[in-house]
Design a protein around this ligand. Structure first.
Ligand code: PLP
Length: 363
């Protein structure tokens, strides 16, 4: 007899595949000196101020964290100007993405998102047993007019990433505004801004929150802020939407050290500025490297870039592993996603890529 779970969606679900951890490759190959450019982490790690702040709070581990997240909400308030009752904290923004779906979507509803978007949108939709409406991408970008047109009567949620992962593509404010005007008021739109810190001149999402009570802006501390291991994200939305999100949030979903770290990270603007500069230089280095190898890539406004390796991505990924470089196949033919690293990491990756593809760099 086979066990039949109640929820069809979960029975069909293929779990999220995280980037390969360095420790795993070390065990497999018995080598050290591995470069991981697979999960869009900050190659600088985190701010020293974060390490000091966490160290100073270690004695507090025995107590439950503040379930209301006061200190972190206060910092978010002073930096972004939203009240505590417009902020939802998450155990990473992945936690929030699931909370959004559970708060607004039932199995009779549908969720709209783009082809080549963040894999978790499909997973949280499927876990509920709701219908996924995946709208074909335009090139590698979200096709916002087509996404608006794809909204059905039973659609409750739309997921949008700007910039998008894994493609690095982006859209401008006017395109988003035109999209929001077409979305019915009962449909919640999630604008996932996991990479917004890298090119902040691109887009001011926060002004739209005042205009659209059905909009949620989702941010993470995992990427530019360098706190991926600690798991912190936050969502900004109207008081009404935030109230629903906080009803189903686990009471202690963000731990104390993570909140302390997040406050210190948000305050350290110099670290963010430095991270941005390292990213811009690394992006230019990789683009130049790809050009010299005759490889094309998708222009990106994030901390990673999608490169056309003109070869099977899984084979190229495996060959790169043997060179001690971890990148990420993302289910797009001929393409690999590579996170921007330090100058030395990028150089090691480019040399390994040339070697495994049998290419020679032309000046
Ligand atoms: C990395 C990423 C996230 C979430 O990361 P967390 O570590 O869970 O905060 C969310 N959305 C996108 C598009 C991402 O790339």
């Amino acid at each position: 007899m086979t066990f039949v779970p109640a929820n069809e969606g979960i029975a069909q679900l293929k779990p999220y595949q995280p980037g390969k951890p360095i420790s795993e490759l070390e065990r497999e190959l018995g080598i050290t000196d591995i470069v991981k450019l697979a999960s869009n982490e900050n190659p600088l790690g985190c701010s020293d101020k974060v390490k000091e702040a966490v160290a100073a709070e270690l004695a507090e581990i025995g107590r439950y964290p503040d379930g209301g997240g006061f200190i972190l909400k206060d910092q978010i308030h002073s930096q972004f100007g939203f009240e505590h009752n417009q902020i939802t904290l998450g155990n990473g923004s992945n936690d929030l993405l699931e909370i959004f779906a559970r708060a607004f979507v039932s199995e009779h509803d549908s969720v709209v998102y783009s082809q080549h978007a963040f894999a978790v949108y499909g997973l949280v939709t499927q876990a509920i047993g709701a219908q996924a409406i995946e709208v074909p991408a335009k090139g590698f970008s979200h096709d916002l007019p087509a996404m608006a047109a794809a909204i059905q009567e039973h659609t409750k949620l739309v997921f949008i990433a700007n910039p998008n992962n894994p493609t690095g593509t982006w859209f401008e404010e006017a395109e988003f505004e035109a999209f929001m005007q077409k979305v019915p008021a009962h449909v919640v739109v999630v604008l996932d801004e996991a990479y917004v810190e890298y090119f902040p001149e691109n887009f001011n999402s926060l002004k739209f929150l005042k205009q659209y009570p059905n909009l949620i802006v989702s941010r993470t501390m995992s990427k530019c802020y360098g706190l991926a291991a600690l798991r912190v994200g936050f969502a900004l939305a109207s008081v009404e939407v935030t109230d629903f999100l906080n009803r189903i949030r686990q009471p202690f979903n963000v731990n104390h050290l993570a909140m302390v770290a997040a406050v210190a990270a948000l305050k350290d603007e110099a670290f963010i500025e430095e991270s941005r500069l390292v990213n811009k230089a690394g992006m230019a280095q990789l683009e130049a490297g790809f050009n010299a190898l005759g490889l094309s890539y998708v222009p990106s406004r994030a901390n990673f870039i999608l490169v056309d390796v003109q070869a099977d991505p899984a084979q190229t990924f495996n060959a790169l592993l043997k060179e001690g470089v971890i990148v990420r196949p993302v289910g797009i033919a001929n393409h690999l996603r590579v996170s921007i690293g330090t100058e030395a990491e990028n150089a090691k990756f480019l040399a390994a890529l040339a070697k495994v593809l049998g290419l020679e760099a032309k000046a």
